[in-house]
Design a protein around this ligand. Structure first.
Ligand SMILES: Cc1ncc(COP(=O)(O)O)c(C=O)c1O
Length: 418
């Protein structure tokens, strides 16, 4: 619900200075997109009627088939979440020793390696795309390196050709963490068909959700078979396990949600794109605030509205801006802060990693993500932008009133994680 004091035009009206919050209910980043409820209910009723809840069920198979078709790959293996999907794909690909990954990613990319005692070696990113800097990747290869994991962050594709060329020439496995990139393309081909395999996330906050869920997609039949077996404890037959496996199965209700949302995928893109364009229009020309752009020639899910805040121009820091928005009940998020290399266990393992990650460190202090998706409407976006404009245009006054104590109260109540 929105308060009647729609427009805040004076800085005294800001909630951070005692004014009434702009929104009575919090606006979150990553509120789930939910498709047709009747369709979902019908599928769940069918699952219950047939008493088939998990273990290679009909809806999981249908979801796998539809994803494979949509992405244009031969094989899709649905998994309970993308973290387990990454773990399984990493193991099935035979990665070991060291694997090169960005630090500017969700920590699951690194954890999926470290969980199996493979060292994630953090590489810097290209500041334009926020994805691995291929030129720097090559310099981090050692005799222990067995693979590269590129992350198509925000749905922006990595430098796929350059990474592919390096992997081929140096005999490395190439996996893509495509958790953000379902429905996106690269040179007209859908993300999912590149490298040795790619991993999608269908977590509730993602563009397409199955409550929790994920999938590995690949064109390699042998790899797909291994992943399928690893997902189910390594069983090759009743009472017969042939190698180490885990429980990575997706359940039928999750698959039903995935299918239902797949049916509404085009609507979700349209809403996200409309929201994105609205933010772009309303924030145009605001000094020190840059909206991450997407390649118009490619398909994109527009799931993330990512700002970069240049404090030298806004005077108010990214963290102060976030605090101001939180007080207005706009739960903007500084994604991937402070970078995997500054979180445990990596911080202790490689205390000097930051020295080779200047772009990552710069970006983790600039990025701010704003609410979008089907849970946010155009007038709310206009109001959020109006607050941003009011704050940035009065940066000096606000920064001095906030003083240096404000950042201590950051992200109180925000959900940690994705
Ligand atoms: C880049 C990235 N990789 C991996 C994951 C892990 O996905 P899941 O939550 O499905 O395990 C996420 C977020 O959830 C992510 O943002």
């Amino acid at each position: 619900m929105i308060y009647s004091s729609r427009d805040k035009t004076e800085i005294d009206q800001l909630a951070v200075f005692g004014g009434k919050p702009l929104f009575a209910e919090a606006l979150h980043v990553g509120r789930p997109n939910i498709g047709n409820r009747d369709e979902f209910d019908a599928r769940v009723a069918d699952i219950l009627d047939r008493r088939w809840l998990t273990n290679d069920g009909q809806y999981v198979r249908e979801l796998e088939q539809r994803i494979a078709e949509l992405v244009g790959v031969k094989h899709c293996i649905a998994i309970c979440n993308a973290t387990v999907a990454l773990e399984i794909a990493i193991r099935a690909l035979g990665m070991s020793g060291e694997v090169i990954v960005p630090s500017f990613t969700f920590i699951a990319t690194a954890h999926a390696l470290q969980w199996q005692e493979i060292t994630p070696v953090f590489c810097d990113i290209d500041p334009r795309t926020h994805t691995l800097d291929a030129g720097k990747v090559e310099k981090m290869i050692t005799p222990r390196t067995t693979g590269i994991i590129g992350v198509h962050l925000w749905g922006n594709h990595c430098n796929i050709d350059a990474l592919g060329e390096i992997a081929k020439r140096r005999g490395l496995k190439l996996l893509f963490d495509s958790a953000h990139a379902f429905g996106c393309s690269y040179r007209g081909r859908m993300i999912g068909g590149f490298g040795d395999a790619e991993v999608f996330s269908f977590h509730a906050t993602k563009f397409l959700n199955s409550f929790e869920g994920g999938a590995v997609v690949t064109n390699n039949r042998e790899l797909a078979e291994r992943i399928g077996l690893m997902r189910n404890f390594g069983f090759t037959d009743y009472d017969k396990a042939d190698f180490l496996g885990t429980n990575g199965k997706m359940n039928e209700v999750s698959a039903a949600m995935g299918l239902t949302n797949l049916d509404s995928m085009d609507d979700f893109v349209a809403v996200n794109r409309h929201n994105y364009n609205h933010y772009a229009t309303k924030l145009a020309g605001l000094e020190g605030v840059t909206l991450l752009t997407y390649d118009e020639k490619e398909k994109c899910n527009y799931q993330y509205v990512v700002l970069e805040i240049d404090k030298t121009k806004t005077i108010v820091s990214r963290d102060q801006l976030m605090e101001i928005l939180h007080k207005e009940n706009v739960l903007a998020r500084r994604y991937f802060y402070p970078g995997c290399h500054l979180m445990e266990p990596y911080r202790s393992h490689s205390p000097h990693a930051g020295m080779v990650l200047p772009e990552t460190e710069r970006l983790t202090n600039r990025v701010l993500c704003l609410p979008t998706g089907t849970g946010v409407n155009t007038s709310q976006i206009a109001q959020i932008c109006q607050i941003l404009r009011l704050v940035v245009e009065n940066g000096l006054k606000i920064a001095s009133r906030l003083g240096s104590t404000s950042s201590a109260r950051l992200v109180e109540g925000a959900t940690p994680g994705v």
